[in-house]
Design a protein. Structure first.
Length: 212
């Protein structure tokens, strides 16, 4: 653990406390989100085109998106800070692999992964701490591997903290997040901005990136 361990611990504890409710609320959420499914499908198609290999969902929560990736033909597994989230994921999807771990120090070999999905999982990372995460993503991705980020977009504002229901979180300008990724050695493939739906507060951003 680094000096940032307190915020990692606080985030894990926060998600442990809401894990059961979270799983109930979001288990079927992709069914009403065609644009999100389209982004995940494009990511899966590009990864499959690169050849076989493991794909990690980092910050997998209760596992429903990891299972969706498996349904798209990827050798997907999940990693999450929250032990309770991992318990729920293993119970719901016993045929899939789920592990407790942190995105900032992955127990994976250099170049081991064909793809990484980070679906609203970097949102709790303080902005000054985020560059090392991109460096770690690049380390574990094979050359040419793809990274898909899902996040809350700041709609013209700079990085903005907001009152997420689980733990403090941040909205990012899509250009700023893309620049951080570029500096870490990723090339942008595509981006998407989705207007908030009923019950959502903020615009949603997606960045599809390729390890240079």
């Amino acid at each position: 653990m680094t000096e940032s361990a307190p915020y990692l611990t606080a985030t894990a504890q926060a998600y442990d406390s809401v894990a059961d409710l979270y799983a109930d609320l979001f288990r079927d959420s992709l069914g009403r989100l065609p644009l999100d499914r389209a982004a995940l499908a494009a990511f899966a198609e590009l990864v499959r085109a690169d050849g076989p290999g493991p794909v990690a969902e980092l910050g997998c929560g209760p596992g429903y998106v990891t299972a969706h990736l498996r349904g798209l033909g990827l050798d997907a597994f999940g990693i999450d800070l929250s032990p309770r989230m991992i318990e729920l994921a293993r119970a719901a999807y016993p045929g899939l692999r789920f592990e407790v771990g942190s995105m900032h120090a992955l127990d994976l070999a250099d170049g081991e992964l064909r793809g990484i999905l980070s679906w609203y999982s970097v949102i709790h990372t303080p902005p000054r701490e985020l560059p090392p995460y991109f460096a770690e993503f690049r380390r574990v991705l094979a050359p040419g591997g793809h990274l898909l980020l899902g996040f809350f977009e700041s709609e013209g504002d700079p990085v903005t903290e907001f009152d997420h229901k689980a733990a403090p979180a941040y909205r990012w300008p899509i250009d700023g997040l893309a620049e951080l990724a570029r500096e870490a050695g990723f090339a942008e493939v595509a981006r998407m901005l989705r207007a908030p739906l009923e019950g959502e507060r903020f615009r949603q951003g997606r960045l599809l990136l390729r390890r240079s």
